[in-house]
Design a binder for this molecule. Structure first.
Ligand code: NAD
Length: 436
């Protein structure tokens, strides 16, 4: 029985434990151990907060598009990103994360070039697109990048994302598409009276959804408006202070008036809700990745000349437009977003060409024997279009640097490749030029 008393476990006593801890600096070792464990778990083991769709999401050889249709469900994922997502927390000692940028309409012509530049800058980019006119091919080269995420989503539905900046480009921009579906074009850029008014938020689609998102997450919002807000202008060149001459009931008005309302909403959110906004009024832009048959004059002429079809000139061909290479526009958009000024800013190339002059440049670039065919002009086709870019030059330090005769061959090479599958002339799908 005596031996029993010697084998009894020592009784637990709090004062003894505290004394034990303080002896020989054990407490210091415990605290250092806890800190190291916390740091390691933050960096390595913190689970990805993005929901996963299924196991085959990790098949990186096929094209993946996440889908999202309603708030707050967000079925999206980042390729290869699982072990890099820190759930928004930045562990001590690690450098701050890069800018998180949302580009709506990012798989389209302008959007995909913008994404290229943002990715090259080191940003984390989320593209939201319903692929109405955009092409997944335009973004294929980013799919394996952990900083890139693509979500199939229609902006008429709300979506909740965490970003610092929103470039709002989503819109069926070409005449073929917005005339094909004018109501959709209209509601995509302005508020829709779908289920009746309840409050400011529920009455909105498209632009208003994105403004609502900007407000909710305190992001800076940039609207890509258009020179079409000037309609058939009575002032030439067009200055931002000009209010325009738009037919509110014409075939083009779904686009023109839609964008005008989008500008109004953007300014209302800015004035009324203190949202940081930027407005760009984009003039005719061309370059690789444009839709082949979208009814825009440059893409029409180039595709027709390549296919040995006559170039269709509407009216007498004396109406003028100015043509800006896409890399110039992207530079302007980024300067506007990063700058201090709300705008609106005209972003376009002031070089003015008649349609016949443009046809001549296309002939010189592709085929000197290409024919021209005249057709009756379309309704409300503006007679003149030329941006006054003084404001952008002074306040953004921006001006276009790529002349038409240099930019057009890059577009032709891309079109040739897409029409004939001919890669001999090299891949011109990247923006080769940059602006100052
Ligand atoms: N390219 C130009 O010359 C020009 C001129 C003036 C203004 N803009 C403006 O610039 C922006 C981009 O134009 P673009 O030339 O790249 O056109 P685009 O048609 O190539 O790109 C538009 C993109 O928006 C997407 N989209 C359309 N509706 C959507 C919706 N409801 N939800 C999600 N995505 C949607 C399309 O799929 C496409 O990827 C547009 O807002 C357009 O109005 C362009």
């Amino acid at each position: 029985m005596a031996s029993q008393s010697t084998t009894n476990p020592p009784r637990f006593s709090i004062p003894d434990s505290i004394r034990y801890l303080f002896r020989e600096q054990r407490l210091l070792f415990v605290l250092v151990g806890i800190s190291i464990a916390a740091l390691i778990s933050n960096v390595v083991f913190l689970p990805d907060s993005s929901p996963h769709i299924s196991d085959h999401d990790h098949d990186h050889d096929s094209f993946h598009v996440a889908e999202s249709t309603s708030l707050p469900r967000r079925r999206a994922y980042e390729l290869h990103a699982d072990h890099h997502n820190l759930g928004g927390r930045i562990p001590l000692g690690l450098k701050a994360k890069s800018m998180r940028v949302l580009v709506t309409g990012g798989s389209g012509f302008v959007g995909s070039h913008l994404v290229d530049r943002l990715m090259a800058r080191g940003d984390t980019v989320i593209v939201v697109d319903n692929f109405f006119t955009g092409r997944k091919d335009n973004l294929l080269h980013h799919l394996r990048n952990p900083r890139f995420e693509l979500i199939r989503h229609d902006v008429v539905e709300p979506i909740l994302l965490e970003v610092d900046q929103i470039y709002h480009l989503a819109c069926p921009a070409s005449p073929v598409h917005y005339k094909y579906n004018p109501f959709a074009a209209f509601i995509w850029v302005m508020f829709g009276i779908l289920d009746g008014y309840r409050d400011h938020k529920t009455n909105v689609v498209g632009t208003l959804n994105m403004l609502g998102l900007a407000k909710r997450i305190n992001a800076r919002f940039l609207l890509t408006s258009t020179s079409e807000v000037y309609g058939d202008p009575l002032e030439h060149p067009q200055v931002e202070t000009y209010w325009g001459n738009v037919n509110p009931i014409g075939v083009r008005s779904c686009y023109d008036e839609g964008k005008r309302v989008a500008e109004t909403l953007t300014m209302d959110y800015h004035r009324g809700l203190n949202i940081e906004v930027r407005i760009a009024r984009i003039f005719n832009t061309y370059g690789p990745r444009m839709c082949l048959d979208d009814g825009r004059v440059v893409s029409n002429f180039v595709a027709q000349a390549l296919r040995k079809e006559p170039m269709t000139v509407y009216g007498d061909g004396k109406q003028t437009r100015s043509f800006q290479y896409v890399s110039d526009l992207v530079e302007g958009l980024m300067r506007l977003m990063e700058g201090e000024h709300v705008g609106p800013f005209n972003l376009g190339n002031p070089g003015e060409f008649t349609m016949l002059e443009l046809a001549k440049v296309v002939q010189d670039t592709i085929d000197p024997t290409a024919k021209i065919e005249f057709r009756p002009n379309t309704e409300d086709d503006p007679h003149k279009r030329k941006p006054d870019i003084t404001r952008a030059m002074e306040l953004l330090g921006w001006q276009p640097v790529v002349p038409l005769r240099e930019g057009l061959p890059l577009m032709v090479s891309d079109f040739r490749q897409r029409i004939f599958g001919d890669a001999k002339e090299g891949d011109s799908t990247t923006s080769t030029f940059s602006s100052v």
